[in-house]
Write a new protein. Structure first.
Length: 488
């Protein structure tokens, strides 16, 4: 039988980081290169062999990535693993993604701040691939502080991250309204339009731009252009007060100044100094802008392929990728969802799993586990092991179904379709397994799980082609089973 280890916070290596000075005053020079809190490590290569110098990438860097349409409870796994790492990095997405971490039965909801923030010795990085609204980030920091969470010298915000402005939010709203029944189903937080400007370049703002002498002039120029564009979209007069926007964002910049720095240089120095880094993905791989169910996707690379571009850390440093999946499937917003159950089964899962958005509180669409989709994203993201979340939600169902292949235009296939129209036409082919009635929320070992739950997990692992390492049976840290040997 497999062996499990007791759930406890892993000890943090006190030598992982040298003591950092406290942040400087807000009147300090603009953080155009480096936050004083996160001084570069400048590792010495003296004493290393030539082979070691050539292969300095031996640092244990781990990535946690969701393999479905998001909301896979990645925050819990990141929180569990944080104690074994020195740095936690959020590398893509915006405040449209949320994580919930439960500590002592008390839920903490995060949108931008990495889940490692609850373990103060660990440094949290919001990297260059993220887009952020400064006001939203400041509000999130304040909410955490009010509940006793330390957000001081343990946070770094990349000066390369792009900034959301009021015109992005209005553009998001107008485009979704114009799309009507074909709307993507965004959270209307300006995420997509901000990424659009990032690619367009000329009207984009990065965090570091907020501290430049020409910031006011650039805001005026952008506001003038965006006002004309928004008026064309809406057909109504729209006024953007450039001076008021500048003043608001100038104040945001001053409040954020202590946390802003060059995250790319910091992370490159950290990996070369063999610091242990945990990369935290947002959303899920099926929402990846290049590889997901386009156009019903997010605006960034939310699969494992986005780590390098979103953080500046080369892929050669990654030594382990953990794929996070629910024991069933959910989706928010529009788009095809082959295994969706718009019936009493779907409602049962929604109620048992509290399937409502962390950020938006929108009810999630629920359905059976889709092994075709998850096998695709596991291969795409280079997943080594799986973490199955919310297994306890399925307790009480007489039988469970798993989609093992699709029937598309009269042919069966295990390949995930590239075109959204094909996915709309795909019909799931199910395998039925017996369910279990027992409450499994108190299970702490593999042997504690009912035989039918064990068989269900084995079958999922077989279909995906990846071994199980973590099983979650509840939101708290201790409601977790770690698997360290084969279960077949």
């Amino acid at each position: 039988m497999p062996r499990e280890r007791e759930i406890r916070s892993a000890p943090v290596n006190k030598q992982s980081f040298r003591p950092y000075p406290l942040p400087g005053k807000l009147e300090s020079p603009p953080p155009t290169t480096q936050n004083p809190v996160f001084q570069t490590v400048n590792p010495s290569l003296e004493g290393l062999s030539e082979h070691q110098k050539e292969r300095i990438c031996g640092v244990p860097a781990t990535c946690v990535v969701g393999l479905q349409w998001g909301d896979e409870a990645k925050g819990k796994i990141v929180d569990l693993l944080t104690g074994e790492h020195d740095i936690v990095v959020r590398y893509q997405g915006g405040a449209n993604a949320g994580h919930t971490v439960v500590l002592g039965g008390e839920p903490f909801k995060l949108s931008l701040v990495p889940s490692g923030i609850f373990r103060p010795p660990v440094r949290c990085v919001i990297a260059n691939g993220v887009v952020l609204h400064p006001g939203s980030l400041l509000e999130e920091i304040e909410r955490l502080r009010c509940r006793g969470v330390q957000v001081e010298d343990n946070l770094l915000v990349s000066n390369r991250a792009h900034v959301i402005f009021p015109w992005h939010i209005e553009e998001d709203r107008l485009l979704e309204k114009a799309a009507g029944s074909e709307a993507i189903g965004t959270t209307l937080r300006g995420i997509g339009p901000c990424y659009r400007d990032k690619v367009g370049r000329s009207l984009a703002f990065r965090v570091g731009d907020l501290y430049q002498p020409n910031f006011r002039d650039r805001v005026r120029q952008a506001a003038q252009f965006k006002q004309r564009m928004l008026q064309c979209l809406s057909g109504e007069p729209i006024e953007l007060d450039a001076d008021a926007i500048y003043e608001q964002y100038r104040q945001y910049a001053e409040q954020l100044r202590r946390w802003v720095g060059d995250s790319t240089a910091y992370l490159l120095d950290a990996v070369e100094a063999q610091k242990r880094i945990l990369f935290e993905g947002a959303q899920g791989a099926l929402l990846d802008v290049d590889h997901g169910t386009f156009p019903y996707v997010t605006s960034s690379n939310s699969s494992g392929v986005g780590v390098s571009s979103g953080s500046g850390v080369p892929a050669r440093y990654l030594t382990k990728i953990i794929g996070i999946i629910k024991a069933y499937s959910t989706r928010v917003g529009g788009g095809p969802f082959p295994t969706e159950q718009a019936n009493e089964i779907g409602q049962y899962i929604r109620d048992r799993g509290n399937e409502y958005g962390t950020v938006t509180r929108r009810p999630r669409r629920c359905g059976w586990f889709d092994a075709v989709a998850v096998r695709y994203t596991a291969r795409l993201s280079g997943v080594d092991v799986l973490a199955v979340m919310l297994l306890d939600v399925l307790s009480g169902l007489e039988e469970l179904k798993v989609c093992t292949c699709y029937e598309l235009d009269g042919q069966k296939t295990t390949n995930f379709p590239a075109h959204v129209d094909e996915l709309w036409r795909a019909q799931p082919v199910y395998e039925t397994l017996p369910g279990w009635k027992e409450d499994i929320s108190h299970a702490r070992r593999w042997e504690d799980l009912p035989a039918n739950a064990q068989n269900y997990l084995r079958r999922i692992s077989q279909l995906i082609g990846r071994p199980l390492e973590i099983i979650s049976v509840g939101p708290d840290r201790e409601q977790t089973i770690f698997i360290h040997s084969a279960i077949f």
